[in-house]
Design a binder for this molecule. Structure first.
Ligand code: ATP
Length: 356
């Protein structure tokens, strides 16, 4: 097991810069998520680490070794793909034993490692079956088992759960988190699913168009998004955005947008933006029905069981508020919404205003 260090990585395909000067660290034993929209370059970063592509510039260290000049086989990495990539004519046991067979490891050692990994993953009874006799979730477990038996320095996962249905994805997510705790292995995991990233990751690296937008724990990224892209990418339902202006009146700082005038209280960091256009971001859970400054008309009420989402038209913009399960208002009715102190963010020219 080893940590990973990426320095100033650049990669272009046919003159198009796909990875644009990326640097990050993954601690030994850390579960790190590469998150971002389709096409942002996540898989390319993973393939560069694995040695399946070669960077134009930059260095990749696994532990203290600079691996850029090494073949994939020499890097001591195990990669698990979305498409399980199992050998159809081999049994589960033979698929899992395959990496050790290639390395000509003794039969007893191979047998012990395969059975240990099968035990960890709860697939002991499936060892004699062929891949076609398995469900999607079971196949993915075999692919992970094959990675485990190699005891690599580093695990790389490329959207391993995206072929599974929503329920199975949820339970495999829990199992992967448990597996990481048991193995204590260094893992880099690619996904475009922010829920997966928030629940699995110790560290999230959020990419867009080949550049890192923010690195942090799930909480840091949710609570202090460094720009508008991060604020809107993370969070479900998404953050509400209102465009307006900062104005000073009687020594107080207000956010003004159409009919709306919101007293920002003690947000001194806004003072220097007086008179300028800004965007106010409000997390849905920070906007609740009650006596407050946001007035609008109910468009739709979604009862989800544990909570209720209320879609409200405010001055030409739709916002989503969270209400309790017993919320009873009809579309068309007028409503006031209150704001909480947390979950409110201001951005100017796309960048967060205030301390990082
Ligand atoms: P997805 O979630 O859709 O898999 P991603 O974030 O993993 O997306 P990449 O697969 O890394 O994105 O691709 C990043 C960009 O590089 C895309 O625009 C893609 O078309 C381009 N690209 C990737 N591999 C190659 C290649 N071998 N040749 C040319 N362009 C490529």
């Amino acid at each position: 097991m080893a940590g990973l260090k990426i320095r100033n990585l650049k990669k272009s395909f046919g003159g198009n810069a796909v990875i644009n000067n990326i640097s990050f660290d993954v601690r030994e034993g850390e579960f790190c998520i590469l998150l971002g929209p389709s096409g942002c370059g996540k898989t390319t970063v993973l393939r560069l680490i694995a040695g399946l592509e070669h960077q134009d510039e930059g260095e990749i260290f696994i532990g203290d070794r600079e691996v850029s000049g090494l073949t994939p086989g020499e890097r001591d990495i195990a990669m698990v793909f979305q498409s399980y990539a199992l050998y159809p004519h081999l049994s589960v046991y033979e698929n899992m034993a395959f990496p050790l067979k290639i390395k000509k490891r003794p039969r007893e050692e191979t047998d012990r490692k395969v059975r240990e990994a099968a035990g960890l993953l709860g697939i002991e009874e499936l060892l004699h079956r062929k891949p076609k006799e398995l469900s999607g979730g079971q196949r993915q477990r075999v692919a992970i088992g094959r990675a485990i038996v190699r005891n690599p320095e580093l695990f790389l996962f490329d959207e391993p759960l995206s072929n599974l249905d929503a329920k199975l994805r949820g339970s495999m997510r829990v199992e992967l988190a448990k597996l990481h705790q048991k193995l204590g292995a260094t893992m880099v995991y690619v996904t475009h699913d922010q829920v997966e990233a928030m629940t699995l990751g110790e560290k999230i690296i959020l990419l867009d168009r080949g550049e890192i937008q923010q690195t942090g724990t799930p909480r840091q990224i949710y609570e202090k998004p460094s720009n508008l892209f991060v604020a809107t990418f993370i969070g479900s339902p998404p953050i509400n955005l209102l465009r307006g202006r900062i104005i000073m009146e009687g020594g107080r700082i207000f956010f003004s947008s159409g009919e709306l005038l919101i007293d920002t209280g003690s947000r001194e960091e806004l003072q220097q933006y007086a008179g300028r256009e800004v965007t106010m971001g409000i997390r849905p859970e920070s906007l609740t029905p009650g006596d407050g400054p946001v007035k609008g008309r109910v468009e739709l009420v979604e009862h989800l069981g544990a909570e209720t989402l209320v879609y409200v038209r405010v001055d030409g913009t739709r916002v989503i508020a969270k209400a309790s399960p017993d919320f009873e208002r009809k579309p068309g009715e007028e409503i006031s919404l209150a704001l909480s102190d947390t979950g409110i963010h201001f951005f100017c020219n796309g960048h967060r205003i205030g301390r990082p």
